[in-house]
Design a protein around this ligand. Structure first.
Ligand SMILES: [Zn+2]
Ligand SMILES: [Zn+2]
Length: 787
């Protein structure tokens, strides 16, 4: 049937748009589209969806459905556009096109795709221009935002995304804001957190211990001035940021940074530094184009860069590493601070040691009283805690190391859709969880190390919040095999019809495979700290033949005792003794020779410690063994005299990587592969012996550190090449905490590519344990599908 030009056929349609379509300017976009195409009808939020009911010429309706996909706003993610006919009254021809009130209550059914909230969006250029325009009514207003930018995930209570369901509900819009909000051509049309100095949140200043708010400033410029003056004088200011309180001080002031370390009980871990713009970043570190793009990307992560050797920052900012974590302002308040102070600032989580960051004003005032000299706060409530994210460019691609503000809870795809809604509870350190329904996985933000009650509480609060927003009620709970992880223990306490345990390193490599949509077989290289294997021993240097459902272990690192168990993680020197006194499969002769060559280390350590460790290893008391790549990196750092202690897991390996800088092209040291119980075993004895001999003969630690990296890469490429030939697969997924080492990963990617293999690395979820929950979800979904 063909309609003539004179009487175009009219059709009526109900269109449901699924994905990240709320809080990203999607309704205003549909509104403008509907008007442009001359349609009659409306658009509204309904549950987690955007729903359109419209009538118009068939041709215009076709263009509407196509452009809902192709012309969507930049921050939207359209997963699906479902087209049907309205169940009730259809819009009347000639009634025009408008934005309707959100459906109350939401009509979302359980079958629907999960409701999605966008992550927080960094201040856009248009808002930034207003912020610094003296003639604009929002000049220097720290809460300026629009449909393209501003807080989202951190202020949302529930869906549909309307002001009434955000922490902005207590601020009644002034007449001017209401006009912008209601004007379809305005860039603040339906910008839910819209605010201005007349009606929106206000900055406040409270000096620490200031009696009766003595010099507390109520006016926002007074508050800012007080904070700026304090930072300029070397003070530490607690600033209420987007996803929590942050501690801020002058990054060029050695005494201020040292004071912050002491008060925060954070002796070693590098601090992130915020700079005003890319030019300021380039003054501290060379910034490659891919790194500049990552710094300026909407999530505004902390980006790890290799510092200029003579950068002007205080040495205490990042001791023992040439890496600097730099980031650009994500919120107007940070833009103002950077502008007024005109210097790089340490901006770090508002907490002490490993506690969750403070988000509540009273809690912050209480917990940070001994840390901050003053509080720059405001009255816009933070609904949920989001720490700053960390990322890095590896092998030319951005790679997330800590996924929180700006990234979470943006959904990821599962390559095999889950047949039942599931919750993956993750691991223990750098904890995240993942909720999944169908092919959509929502990875919650980084909550820190799950070691104490308050991090557990933070995890369960986030879980309840995201579960409510997405409407995902898990029928399957997925956990690590380690019974000691608090996440595993939690998994056993929540009622669920089905539980699935996933081996730690299988979850690691599956996280990488799933990100890249790999559903077939692949080789998984999991180089990690420690994780429980399926044989009851600790693993961490594994090559697996895997698919999403299952795996077979093909190769592993030689085992070494961990003298004192977990204590060895914080004491690389002790780990080195473990290899020297009881590394497998060292033979007697090489052990004796290695011990002789390691005399500098043995002389450096307290004799009582050496004797104790020797006894422990000989008797096998409190010495679990592990086939861990991470622990071998620790041991080498100690043997080379780079680091005997680690303030945090991986510190020694970070120092070892830094030490190797400037020795590109170092030749690999010898290595040996043995076969034990049908497994290929990397025997590090020849590597360590040669390394110690060269050190003894005066070769520099830097060259040897580089040679060690080259050895691990060359050995891994050899193992993978053989396995690829034998098992007929050419895809290699690299994951695990050790894969945060850029030097190693880039050598692996180059070596594997040269060998004709395809090397894949984590990009959107961390290679470290922060990616475990997503890997668990991918494995469980595939297992559910397999029955
Ligand atoms: Zn904006
Ligand atoms: Zn206003």
């Amino acid at each position: 049937m063909r309609a003539t030009a004179a009487t175009p056929r009219r059709v009526v349609r109900r269109i449901e748009v699924c994905g990240t379509v709320q809080g990203v300017g999607y309704r205003p976009f549909v509104y403008r589209l509907g008007r442009e195409l001359g349609l009659d009808g409306w658009v509204r939020n309904d549950g987690g969806l955007v729903v359109v009911e419209a009538t118009g010429p068939a041709d215009a309706m076709r263009r509407l459905s196509a452009r809902l996909h192709t012309d969507a706003p930049p921050q939207a993610r359209v997963d699906q556009v479902r087209i049907g006919v309205p169940a009730g009254d259809s819009p009347a021809p000639g009634s025009g096109f408008h934005v309707a009130r959100s459906a109350e209550p939401p009509r979302r059914s359980a079958r629907d795709r999960p409701g999605l909230v966008p992550p927080d969006l960094a201040t856009c250029d248009a808002c930034l221009a207003e912020l610094f325009d003296p003639h604009d009514r929002r000049h220097r207003y720290p809460f300026v935002n629009c449909t393209d930018c501003g807080p989202r995930a951190t202020i949302v209570d529930g869906l549909p995304y309307d002001r009434a369901r955000t922490t902005m509900r207590r601020f009644a819009m002034c007449r001017a804001c209401a006009a912008e909000y209601g004007t379809p051509t305005d860039r603040r049309f339906h910008a839910e957190p819209i605010a201005c100095p007349a009606c929106g949140p206000t900055l406040t200043w409270q000096p620490s211990g200031g009696q009766d708010g003595h010099d507390a400033g109520k006016h926002r410029e007074e508050a800012l001035r007080a904070a700026v003056a304090l930072v300029r004088d070397g003070g530490i200011v607690a600033v209420k940021g987007i996803g929590g309180y942050q501690l801020v001080c002058d990054a060029t002031d050695e005494a201020a940074v040292a004071r912050l370390r002491a008060r925060k009980h954070r002796p070693a871990k590098p601090f992130a530094v915020m700079v005003a713009d890319l030019a300021a970043a380039a003054r501290l570190a060379p910034v490659a184009p891919a790194e500049a793009a990552l710094l300026a990307s909407v999530p505004r992560p902390v980006v790890l860069l290799t510092a200029h050797p003579d950068h002007p920052l205080a040495a205490a900012v990042a001791p023992g590493t040439d890496l600097l974590g730099l980031f650009l302002p994500a919120a107007p308040l940070h833009h103002l601070l950077l502008h007024d102070l005109a210097r790089p600032l340490v901006v770090t989580s508002g907490n002490i040691a490993d506690e969750p960051i403070a988000i509540d004003d009273a809690d912050a005032a209480d917990r940070l009283a001994g840390v901050a000299d003053g509080f720059l706060s405001h009255d816009r409530e933070i609904r949920v805690r989001y720490d700053d994210s960390v990322a890095r460019v590896v092998a030319g691609r951005p790679s997330v190391l800590r996924r929180a503000r700006g990234y979470a809870p943006d959904p990821l795809d599962l390559p095999v859709a889950a047949t039942e809604p599931l919750l993956a509870v993750g691991a223990q350190l750098k904890h995240t969880f993942t909720l999944a329904r169908g092919a959509v996985a929502i990875v919650g933000p980084h909550t820190g190390d799950l070691q104490q009650q308050d991090t557990m509480t933070s995890f369960t609060e986030h879980l309840a919040h995201l579960s409510r927003i997405t409407g995902i009620e898990p029928a399957v709970v997925v956990h690590d095999l380690h019974p000691g992880y608090l996440s595993t223990q939690y998994a056993t306490t929540i009622p669920a019809p089905r539980r699935i345990g996933v081996q730690h390193h299988h979850a690691h490599v599956a996280s990488c495979a799933a990100e890249h949509g790999i559903t077939g077989r692949y080789l998984g290289v999991a180089y990690d700290g420690l994780g429980l294997g399926d044989d009851g021993t600790l693993w961490g240097g594994e090559v697996l033949l895997a698919d999403l459902r299952s795996y077979r272990r093909l190769a592993r690192f030689g085992r070494a005792p961990l003298p004192g168990g977990a204590a060895a993680v914080r004491r690389p020197a002790r780990m080195a003794l473990g290899y020297l006194f009881g590394g497998e499969p060292f033979d007697e002769t090489s052990l004796a020779r290695a011990e002789l060559l390691a005399a500098p280390l043995l002389r450096r350590l307290p004799p009582s410690e050496v004797a104790t460790v020797r006894r422990m290893v000989a008797a096998g008391v409190n010495c679990p063994t592990a086939s861990s790549a991470g622990r071998l990196f620790d041991a080498v750092a100690a043997l080379l005299g780079v680091r005997d202690d680690a303030g945090y897991e991986g510190e020694a390996a970070v120092a070892l990587e830094a030490c190797a800088a400037g020795h590109a092209g170092a030749a690999p040291l010898p290595w040996r592969l043995a076969t034990r119980d049908d497994l290929v075993v990397y025997d590090p004895a020849p590597t360590l012996l040669t390394l110690l001999e060269a050190l003894h003969d005066g070769t520099g630690a830097g060259l040897l550190a580089a040679a060690f990296h080259a050895t691990i890469a060359a050995m891994t490429v050899a193992v993978c090449s053989d396995a690829a030939a034998e098992h007929g697969t050419s895809t290699v997924c690299l994951s695990g905490g050790v894969m945060q080492n850029r030097l190693l990963v880039e050598a692996l990617v180059a070596g594997l590519s040269a060998a004709g293999l395809t090397a894949l690395v984590n990009e959107r979820v961390p290679a470290n344990d922060g990616g475990i929950s997503y890997g668990q979800a991918a494995v469980a979904a595939a297992q559910l599908r397999g029955g």
